[in-house]
Design a binder for this molecule. Sequence first.
Ligand SMILES: C[S@@+](CC[C@H](N)C(=O)[O-])C[C@H]1O[C@@H](n2cnc3c(N)ncnc32)[C@H](O)[C@@H]1O
Length: 269
Amino acid sequence: MFKEFIDEVKSLYEKLLNNDRPFLDDFLKKWNIEGSIGEVYQNLCKKELKKEMGSFYTPYEIVDFMVDEMIKGLDYWENPFVKIVDPSCGGGYFLIAAFKKLVVLAEEAGIENPGEHVLKYNIYGYDIDENAVMITTLEIFNLTGQVTRNIRCQDFLMTDGEFDIVIGNPPYMGHKVLKGEYREKLCEIFQDVFQDKADLSYCFIKKSIDSLKVGGRLVFFTSRYILEALHGKGIREYIKNQDKSRVSLIFMESELLKELELTILYLNL
Ligand SMILES: C[S@@+](CC[C@H](N)C(=O)[O-])C[C@H]1O[C@@H](n2cnc3c(N)ncnc32)[C@H](O)[C@@H]1O
């Protein structure tokens, strides 16, 4: 079933890239997709695969909350070319929510073809999971009728690029999962924050902060564990040394997810 789903996603994606605009209706109907394609993908993915990729997609309520926070600090009139990236975009939930809100701002700012503009200049994504990249691109096509080439299948930790806003939910992978040459490379590149039992998300936080333009902002949904983990000392120090408004972390916790409105912890370190 999983293979059949991915084969269909791949075939639709290839059509898109060849400028042969596919109709998604049959696909959406066949797989009973009423919400998002990413959601169905997540359900079909085996738990093991999720562990390997550190991928648990963020609940919509949290995505909305974070995108609203992000938007509050934006002056779209001042900078209609603001660059927003989700460095580990998964099913594209953050990017799609950001797209919808930015189109409204672009309209208000009198931009011509606001949808096209936002997609071309404002929204960027990375993921190492090629299925996630295909799904996000299809999802955006389904929503806008436009094909974006800004969603890339690449390891964000090894990319260059500067952004005004980094938003998302980085992958969590402990030392038991990360092994071999890749781990050694991370230890070398991210030596201030990634040692011993440190988590991959710490590399994402550092890399994201380093990718921010002057005045840029990081908004991440992440594990509370970072606040007290012994091997989180390096990343805590790194965050502490940033300007106050530069880093916002929203912490996940099971109770928090259940009673969203009451228990969101929002911290500007
Ligand atoms: C926790 S999920 C979050 C997905 C999405 N941002 C969301 O919140 O719904 C993490 C994602 O990170 C991706 N990932 C893992 N390592 C990565 C890397 N080095 N570069 C880019 N993406 C990566 C996984 O494939 C997965 O889709």
